[in-house]
Every structure is written in C-alpha cells, then in structure tokens.
Ligand binder design. Structure first.
Ligand SMILES: NC(=O)c1ccc[n+]([C@@H]2O[C@H](COP(=O)([O-])OP(=O)(O)OC[C@H]3O[C@@H](n4cnc5c(N)ncnc54)[C@H](OP(=O)(O)O)[C@@H]3O)[C@@H](O)[C@H]2O)c1
Length: 284
C-alpha cells in the first residue's frame, strides 16, 4: 500500500511530500509528476516517482494499486477543463481499487466561479463510489504574501473585498491536514472545511504590513470591475482576471471565512498567523 500524491512538484504538493517523509518511510510514498527532472531531489531521498499528466488518461494506467491512499491535488490549467482532468484521476483510482481518494477542493460556501470546477469534481468523486475525503481548502496566506512587490511599490493593498474577512492559512498548514488524512484512520467519506484560526480584513492586513515595514501602507478598496482591469493590465488573461476579482466579491460576502476549527484539529496545532507569513515573505 502506497500513499500517492499528484501535483507533487507544485507548491502544496512539495509541502505534503516533505511532511509525509517525516511520518512514513520514503518508499511508501509515490510522487506523481509531469517532469521527472523536477522531482530528482525526491527520488534521491527514496520517494517513488510516477510520471503522468491529467491530460493523458493512459499515463495513469499503472499509477495506482489496490489499497493505496491517494491525494488528488487540483490542477492549475484553468483553460483546459479541470473537471475532465480530475475525472481521469478518479477513473484510474476507481479501476485500481484504491482505499481512499482525498481531493483538495474549495470552501463549501464559496459561490465565486472559481469554485465551479471543485463542485463538479466533488460530484464526480461522490458518484465514483470510492471512499473519499474532501479537503475544502480555504485561501492560502501566500496568495497575498508572495505578491508583495506591487503593494510595496505603491504602499497600497488593492482589493475588491470591502470590509470582508478571510481566514487564510499557510500552504504548510493545509499540507499538514492532508498528511493527517493520508496517514491516519477514520477519514473516509468525510468533508473538512479548512481555514486559518483567525480571519482578517484587508485593512488589518495593510496595518500589519505597515507595522512590519515601518511604512504607511493603506488599503485601497476598489470595485470588482476596477480590480479586473488592474489585474488584466498587469498581464493576466481577461477571463482569469475576472475570476480572481470574483473571489474578492465572495470575500466581501464572508464566503471565505471558515469556522469550526477543522484545520488546526487535523494539523494538531494552531494554524500559522498571517503576521508570521508576512515576516517570512519580507525576509525572502
Ligand atoms: N486555496 C488557495 O488559495 C489556492 C490558491 C491557488 C491554487 N489553488 C489550487 O490548489 C492547487 C495546489 O496549489 P499549489 O499552490 O500547489 O499550485 P501549483 O504550485 O500551481 O501546483 C499545481 C500542481 O498541479 C500540477 N498539474 C497541473 N496541471 C497538471 C496536469 N495536466 N497533469 C498533472 N499535473 C498537473 C502541477 O504540475 P507541475 O509541477 O508539473 O507544474 C503542479 O504540481 C492548485 O493547482 C489550484 O487548483 C488553491
């Protein structure tokens, strides 16, 4: 029986494999990658590699075995039909008879268009009859803290979220939850709503940035139309810019506030405070 992680060379996948290595022998972990060279460091540590692409169903033919526990990390090719890509993995896992298929989804309350692919994948997973775990990941701190350059250039956080709050957490926190599910017992057919312990507003985010940089950084609240224009102006394809601005509209409505404590409970510790993620990003 192996623990198999797709998207293993992505940001979240790397955290998951790293944390798995602390808990299980390397030869019980299979990293599913598109580019073997990107995972050479993992192979050197004894992690098994499987080369497969969500766009090529036949590449998944022998990736899974009966009894495996699988983490399907959602893809990032928004223009290629992610539900069909994810279906490829579900079908292969079903054919192999895996013991568990965990999927990194989005918060149940999120009505933004970005959540559509996740809902479709959740339905496909439930329809498959496989034992499943829905890891409904809330927002990453890193969505913000890894994009500080324009904020520091203009001394302004620009968002279309009004006074809305978001309970983000670090990728490492979400990875810890996934690892708990993959290495623990009793997570079959469970849905976890995952988010940081503390929700914050963009005004508070700007204030924390000001405190840590010693500069006066303000929150500039704009409309979703203005934000779509700004993101498109920065080079994002129009449809993606609109989708991301739509997430801010959801934040304003409170749809990315996750309560209930599933994330810290699964991780076995409090989630990473936003201030800590800011400190790390400013140091990087
Ligand atoms: N909760 C949030 O705030 C948030 C934010 C952004 C994204 N997400 C979602 O969460 C996922 C994981 O986040 P992340 O930060 O790790 O994203 P990421 O760094 O972009 O990683 C995406 C992973 O998916 C793999 N992938 C993409 N298309 C694939 C395909 N056709 N076949 C096989 N693998 C494919 C990539 O492979 P390569 O390594 O070969 O590129 C990569 O490993 C994202 O893909 C996205 O669905 C969530």
């Amino acid at each position: 029986m192996s623990i198999v992680v797709t998207g293993a060379t992505g940001h979240l996948g790397r955290h998951v494999v790293e944390q798995l290595l602390d808990k299980v022998p390397a030869d019980r972990i299979t990293a599913v990658v598109r580019d073997e060279a990107k995972a050479a460091d993992l192979a050197a540590r004894g992690v098994k590699l499987a080369v497969a692409d969500y766009n090529a169903p036949e590449t998944f033919d022998s990736v899974f075995a009966a009894g495996d526990k699988v983490l399907l990390i959602s893809g990032n090719e928004f223009d290629k039909g992610r539900p069909a890509q994810h279906q490829v993995v579900i079908d292969a896992a079903k054919a192999a008879g895996v013991a568990l298929l965990a999927y990194t989804s989005a918060p149940g309350a999120l009505s933004a268009a970005l959540a559509d692919d996740h809902r479709t994948t959740e339905q496909a997973l439930l329809a498959s009859g496989l034992p499943y775990t829905l890891l409904r990941n809330g927002w990453y701190h890193e969505n913000y803290t890894e994009n500080l350059a324009p904020v520091l250039e203009h001394d302004a956080v620009v968002a279309a979220a009004g006074e809305g709050r978001v309970s983000s957490a670090s990728r490492a926190d979400y990875a810890a939850a996934a690892v708990a599910v993959l290495t623990g017992e009793g997570h079959e057919n469970k849905t976890y709503e995952l988010g940081g312990d503390e929700a914050w507003s963009f005004a508070e985010y700007a204030a924390e940035l000001s405190r840590q940089t010693g500069r006066e950084i303000v929150y500039n609240a704009v409309s979703t139309e203005v934000l779509t224009g700004i993101l498109a102006g920065a080079g994002l394809p129009g449809p993606l810019a609109a989708i991301l601005a739509g997430v801010d509209a959801s934040i304003e409505k409170g749809e990315l506030v996750v309560t209930g404590g599933d994330l810290s409970r699964l991780a076995g510790r409090p989630t990473t405070p936003l201030a800590e993620a800011i400190t790390a990003a400013l140091k990087a």
